[in-house]
Each structure stands twice: as structure tokens, then as C-alpha cells.
Design a binder for this molecule. Structure first.
Ligand SMILES: *Cc1c(COP(=O)(O)O)cnc(C)c1O
Ligand SMILES: [Zn+2]
Length: 422
């Protein structure tokens, strides 16, 4: 079954398994129109994780019961966290993507991509690849291992050995590549299929199809009252949050969110007035999409990247930058940037107030929400889903450690002091 691909920008369609339109913009997969016309929350299947949305996914149904890791993608909790409301200035709901097997939302796109390749839906390919040395590399390698597909991971020449070890545990083929990493990203999309390799890079159609399930889950939780703590009364449940905040790098996840919202609108599940605004947040040290938004530009101009603790989202030349801009504008949202101090503060807040360890790149979303409420763009009464894209348990957090050593003989005194002080 060849999957039809559509350009969000010029509307061109193709069944050739390419990632880019002739106009240069990224393609996404057309969703079955008959599935769209009949979709509502009752149409979701009783399947594990993201596969409950099988009618809206380019798959022939739910993966078989013995599909292993595929069943562990999606289905992450959306937590109502009042303890963060004061800090954020709005009613916070945290989507905990760090619960995934490899610790980030990338597993949604990897699962869909690997399932599609294994089922022969991705053209004449029998292997997967990716251009990444972070979460995407780990995720693609893990899902490929579970599906017994060969996997090629291309990393920059100067990546530290320690970063590669976490990827290498899944035994992909790893090659360091000297040269421009952005050009390598596009080159692999062009040439991979000629050699039977489907490159599941950040914003390709298959990855985007899988990653739209983050947003479907958030909206379903509101619509069906699974998130019973939304501000609406029980008799008039909110059908969606007022806003969803994402950290953004390539723009792939944000594009997927936009696609999900367009599909919910098209199927009549969401009224135009109820579509949540998409707010996209970057680290100030590398914020090409936020700069383009501020400048009212139609497209993104590449920037020189500075160091940031949010290294997972430092992309100076985002391949879906223009599409992310369109996503924010179409939904009445915005793209903004926050500095490293604000990111650290938000990261600490998530840990100390909500018990959630997220990586710095993910804390960007909460820092961005705080900025939006300070500006008055988002109201205190708004229900806002903050997408915590990845776990912090894989990295050093910079938290101050105060742990003096006490002698066993002095532990009673220590407990007494702690008990008095608490
Ligand atoms: C990849 C990643 C992002 C950014 O997603 P894009 O689709 O590239 O915009 C954000 N947070 C984490 C933890 C990631 O791994
Ligand atoms: Zn186009």
C-alpha cells in the first residue's frame, strides 16, 4: 500500500516515499479521508499506548500481540499538577513523555516508522537509519533492535564517546561523519531509499505520523474527562486544553501536533473555537524559529548556535522551521525563547514541586509558559498542557548536592535534628 504524502504549504501530493516536496518543504502523510470523516473519541480502539489511534495512523491496525516494544510507545500520563500553578501562572497539566522506554517522545515516531518499514509501507526498504547522537538515535536504535531491523546511526565526528555508549547498547551500526550535519540530514533523506534504508529523521512523514499521538492523547484526556481536573465543570467538560506548550528544535513534534489538531478539526471532533493554541519554545542561545516569529518572517533564517544546557533542542537550521511557524500562527499561538537561567529554574521547579525529573530541553516548555503568563498572553484560568518531552534521569541536572558525612554513632542526633526541623 503506497502511502500518499501531502505538502502542508503548496498542497502537492505524491505516493513516492520521499520526505520533501518539490517546493522544498517537508511532506506529511495524508490520513485516510474515510477514517477522518468517521473519527470521534468512541472510534479509538482498545489497544495499548498510541495504537488506540490506529484509525488515524498509516498502519493496517494494531501491531500483533507479540510485537514487543512497539506496544510500549504512547499512553503516557497527563498529570494535573496544581503545585506548579503559582510558578507557571496558569493551570498546569504535565504530559510525561519521559515514561517512554528510551525516555522521550521520540519513541512514538520510532515505533510508527519501524512498524511501517516492517510492514512494507515505506517503499522498498529493509533497514532504518537516523542522523542524531541524542534521544532520536537511542530511540530509533532500540525500536529497530526490537523489530530485528538493521539500523544505521550517523553522528557528528566530534561526539563524545560517553554519548555514543547509550546508543551503542542497542547495537546499531554507528558512523561518525565529518562535515555539515544539516546537509547530512537532507542527504540521507535523498539517498537512503536508493539503498533500502528509510531514514527516520526528526521531521519525516512517518515520524510525524507517530508523534501526532502526543496531542491526540492530550485532547482525548480532556474530552473524555480522563483528566477530570480541568477547570470546566463536570456537566460541561472542556473538550481540549486552552493551550499546549512544546519545546521545539527541528519542528517535527510541533508539526505533528498541528497535524493532529487539523485532523480533529476536520473530523468535527473539535470546533474551530476549541482548538488549543500551540506555543513553541526554544532556548535563547539557539532560537531561529522564535526570531523568525518575532520578526513576522514567513521563513526561518539559520543562526549561529551558542552553548545551552538544552542541547537536545539546539538546532541552528531547523528543517521544519517554516512549518512550525505556520503551526503556531494557524492556532493563534506563538514561538518564544527563554534563557538558560529560566530553564534551570523551571527544571528545578518540576523536580521539587511535582517530583518530575525532566531534561533541560523539556523544562524549556514550563519556562516558556511562565513567560507567556507574565506577558499576559495566557490567562491564570487557562488549562495548559506542558509537554515534558524527555526524562532528566539520563543527564546531570546541575542540582546542588549538600550531603555531609555523619558517623553512625551520630545518626540518632542527626535524626533528632531532622525531626525537629521538618
Ligand atoms: C527531539 C527533542 C525535542 C525537539 O523535538 P523536535 O521534533 O526536533 O522539534 C524536544 N525535547 C526533547 C527531549 C527531544 O529529544
Ligand atoms: Zn510543497
Amino acid at each position: 500500500m503506497p502511502l500518499e504524502r501531502v505538502c502542508y504549504d503548496c498542497g502537492s501530493r505524491t505516493t513516492t516515499p520521499v520526505a520533501r516536496c518539490d517546493c522544498g518543504e517537508p511532506l506529511w502523510l495524508a490520513t485516510d479521508p474515510s477514517a477522518l470523516s468517521t473519527f470521534d473519541w468512541d472510534a479509538v480502539t482498545d489497544a495499548p499506548g498510541m495504537w488506540r489511534y490506529a484509525p488515524l495512523l498509516p498502519v493496517d491496525g494494531v501491531p500483533a500481540d507479540d510485537a514487543g516494544l512497539l506496544h510500549a510507545a504512547g499512553g503516557t500520563p497527563l498529570l494535573r499538577t496544581p503545585a506548579l500553578d503559582d510558578f507557571a501562572g496558569a493551570r498546569v497539566h504535565v504530559k510525561v513523555e519521559g515514561e517512554h522506554p528510551t525516555g522521550s517522545f521520540k519513541d512514538r515516531g520510532s515505533a510508527l516508522g519501524v512498524a511501517a518499514v516492517a510492514a512494507g509501507h515505506a517503499g522498498d526498504v529493509s533497514a532504518v537509519g537516523t542522523v542524531s547522537h541524542g534521544n532520536m538515535a537511542m530511540s530509533t536504535a532500540a525500536f529497530a533492535a526490537a523489530a530485528d531491523l538493521p539500523c544505521l546511526v550517523l553522528v557528528p565526528a566530534d561526539v563524545p564517546e560517553a554519548r555514543l555508549e547509550v546508543v551503542a547498547q542497542f547495537d546499531p551500526t554507528v558512523r561518525r561523519v565529518a562535515g555539515d550535519y544539516g546537509r547530512l540530514y537532507e542527504r540521507t533523506l535523498d539517498v537512503g531509499p536508493d539503498h533500502g534504508v528509510a531514514f527516520l529523521n526528526s521531521d519525516v512523514p512517518l515520524r510525524t505520523a507517530g508523534q501526532k499521538t502526543t496531542t491526540l492523547e492530550i485532547c482525548e484526556a480532556f474530552a473524555t474527562g480522563a483528566d477530570t481536573a480541568s477547570s470546566a465543570t463536570a456537566s460541561t467538560p472542556a473538550s481540549a486544553p486552552d493551550a499546549i506548550v512544546f519545546p521545539v528544535s527541528s519542528g517535527g513534534h510541533a508539526s505533528a501536533a498541528w497535524k493532529a489538531l487539523r485532523e480533529l478539526r476536520e473530523s468535527g471532533v473539535l470546533d474551530a473555537a476549541d482548538v488549543p493554541s500551540l506555543y513553541l519554545v526554544q532556548a535563547a542561545a539557539c532560537a531561529p524559529i522564535a526570531e523568525a516569529f518575532e520578526a513576522d518572517a514567513e521563513d526561518v533564517t539559520p543562526v549561529e548556535e551558542d552553548e545551552t544546557i538544552a542541547y537536545s533542542i539546539a538546532n541552528p537550521d531547523p528543517p521544519s522551521g517554516k512549518r512550525a511557524l505556520a503551526a503556531a500562527r494557524d492556532t493563534g499561538g506563538a514561538v518564544l525563547a527563554v534563557d538558560d537561567d529560566a530553564i534551570r529554574t523551571a527544571q528545578r521547579e518540576l523536580a521539587t514541586e511535582a517530583g518530575l525529573s525532566v531534561e533541560a530541553a523539556s523544562a524549556v516548555a514550563l519556562a516558556g509558559l511562565q513567560e507567556l503568563t507574565t506577558r499576559g498572553t495566557v490567562d491564570a484560568s487557562d488549562d495548559v498542557a506542558v509537554v515534558a518531552t524527555g526524562t532528566g534521569l539520563k543527564e546531570a541536572t546541575g542540582a546542588t548536592v549538600e550531603a555531609p558525612t555523619v558517623d553512625l554513632a551520630d545518626v540518632d542526633d542527626e535524626l533528632a535534628a531532622f525531626g525537629d526541623a521538618k
